[in-house]
Ligand binder design. Structure first.
Ligand code: AMP
Length: 548
């Protein structure tokens, strides 16, 4: 027997309707790419999102079409989130920091029909547009007055002109909640980036879970500043969760340095913020150097990489900011766990409480986790045993866009749905706190961006003097991790660090270049002939990078 409740689909456009109807005068503030501060409300944002949907239809965009964005955090990007998904399109956010070849690959693979581009990224698109196979128009996210006269992009449109004549009275369509809503590519261990395709249902359920007190816990009284970019897993869902609860939003644009962020925090009375450790390091250094305090920020989410203990302590003790250590993935929309204490922890000695805070946290309802050994057997939740971390739930991916990346899921022997292997190695304690102890995927995360160790190794191995090369991530105070290249030379070959780096610099992006090269007698291998990274990490445990 079925229940007799209404089967209303969960749709993203309902979030902006809800915000406009119930929090119509709540502000959305943006530091614009053009310069200056832009200020309007959820009511205004809804009208402009509807105008955008009308403009897309007028351009012949159809439901299911992918619309690319190359943009920072700002109000126009927010309108695109709702305007595109709300008319049934797929909002495809692209990371402008990727290499040009990757951007070209991603735009063509997604078959983007339009590409919305922030003003300062137009020069990059000028260089690349001739390689885009499906893009009908590039749209400059500005008005005519700010558009340089000499931009050389055919069929270029201007955002403000595009929506200008539209009525803004569009009635959002109602469709199946499983309809695709947004797309975000994530770099794998090697090869091409893979597309994670979110749905309306997964996005709205994720927003509900994110709003819970022990997840992000934001409300109509919060002022939320996402430092995490809107091209990184939908800014961790904050543009949706903020609209769901009616929180004020503050978008920092392209200025993510300590001084600019600090100014926005103070002027806009920000209470909640979120970003990767590297941005917080810059902010802390700026505040320490200038003897500044934060007067309104209560919570800072640190995620994307492990939150360093000293950073948690500094926020807490020097600035009165509670750090919410969070873990997630593009494939998980992204929230997998957030660290909040339980009631019993209040009575624990400070040292023990702090040890719990260093963990990546507990999953909200909706994310199931388990750790397994190499044979797939579940390991105990005792906080000691560590193994491959598997997850499942309604906002976790079932497979990559166009089926690429292989069948990633692991079937469950007992039924109940398949598990997604995260590539992280973790412990889970009896209270449900998960702690990442290692990574089984071969990647390095520097300042929140991926570096493929395999691609770097292949580049190094192309040198005639190199017998074998291995790359591991080593802790770095500013970037969390930086690559260390470990090389076994060919017998009698002569090569030094400078020559190797010089060789690599024509083959990989500058920020991928290893911070150091160490020469070893022999690179260790597993029984199946793979480089034994665990051993290398162990061997170089005490090693400190010269750049650190
Ligand atoms: P992405 O898909 O780019 O968001 O990257 C997800 C990956 O980043 C995870 O699988 C982890 O390897 C890493 N990661 C994210 N958050 C944390 C964290 N709090 N601690 C350690 N690693 C993290």
């Amino acid at each position: 027997m079925f229940g007799l409740m209404q089967d209303r689909p969960l749709l993203i456009q309902q979030l902006i309707d809800h915000a406009a109807q119930n929090h119509g005068d709540t502000e959305i503030v943006s530091r614009t790419v053009e310069g200056g501060i832009h200020r309007y409300t959820y009511t205004d944002a809804r009208v402009r999102a509807k105008k955008m949907a009308e403009a897309l239809l007028a351009l012949g965009i159809e439901p299911g079409d992918r619309i690319g964005t190359l943009a920072w955090n700002g109000y126009r990007h927010f309108e695109l989130y709702y305007g595109i998904s709300g008319m049934g399109g797929v909002c495809h956010t692209i990371n402008p920091r990727l290499f040009p070849e990757q951007i070209v690959y991603i735009v063509n693979h997604a078959e983007d029909q339009l590409l919305f581009v922030d003003l300062n990224l137009l020069p990059m698109v000028e260089k690349l547009h001739s390689q885009f196979k499906t893009v009908r128009h590039v749209v400059a996210m500005t008005d005519r007055a700010h558009l340089p006269k000499d931009v050389e992009i055919p069929n270029l449109l201007v955002y403000e002109e595009l929506i200008e004549g539209q009525p803004g009275t569009y009635e959002w369509p109602v469709f199946d909640e499983r309809t695709a809503s947004s797309l975000c590519y994530t770099s794998g261990t090697t090869g091409n980036p893979k597309g994670v395709l979110y749905s309306h249902r997964s996005t709205v359920l994720h927003a509900y879970a994110a709003a819970l007190p022990d997840t992000l816990g934001i409300s109509a009284r919060s002022v939320v500043l996402p430092v995490v970019p809107m091209f990184h897993v939908n800014a961790w869902g904050l543009p949706y969760t903020a609209a769901m609860v009616g929180a004020k939003l503050v978008f920092p644009g392209v200025a993510l340095d300590g001084a600019s962020l600090y100014e926005l925090f103070e002027k806009e009375k920000v209470s909640f913020t979120a970003g990767v450790p590297t941005v917080w390091l810059a902010l802390l250094q700026y505040m320490q150097a200038n003897k500044l305090k934060l007067s309104t920020v209560k919570y800072a989410v640190i995620g994307g990489s492990a939150a360093p203990p000293a950073m948690i302590e500094a926020f807490d003790k020097e600035y009165g900011v509670e750090v919410l250590h969070a873990w997630g993935m593009s494939e998980m929309s992204p929230l997998g766990s957030v660290n909040h204490p339980k009631a019993k922890h209040a009575e624990w000695p400070e040292k023990d409480r702090f040890a719990v805070r260093l963990k990546q946290g507990r999953p909200p309802y909706g994310v199931e986790m388990k750790i397994v050994d190499d044979a797939g057997n579940e390991l105990p939740r005792d906080g000691k045993a560590f193994g491959d971390l598997l997850v499942r739930g309604p906002w976790i991916t079932n497979g990559y866009f166009k089926g690429e990346g292989g069948n990633v899921l692991r079937p469950d022997r007992h039924g109940g749905g398949d598990w997604f292997p995260t590539g992280d190695v973790a412990t889970i304690d009896p209270d449900g706190y998960m702690q990442i102890t290692d990574r089984s995927k071969d990647v390095i995360k520097s300042g929140g961006e991926w570096i493929s160790s395999i691609d770097l190794e292949n580049a190094a191995m192309a040198h005639p003097a190199v017998a074998e090369a291995a790359v591991i991530g080593v802790a770095h105070p500013k970037w969390d991790e930086r690559p260390l290249l470990i090389v076994q030379k060919k017998p009698d070959a002569a090569i030094d660090k400078a020559a190797l780096i010089e060789f690599l610099s024509t083959r990989v992006a500058k920020w991928w270049l290893p911070d150091d090269v160490q020469f070893v007698e022999a690179i260790p291998h597993t029984a199946t002939g793979k480089i034994l990274k665990t051993r290398l990490r162990e061997d170089f445990k005490a090693y400190k990078l010269p750049t650190a």
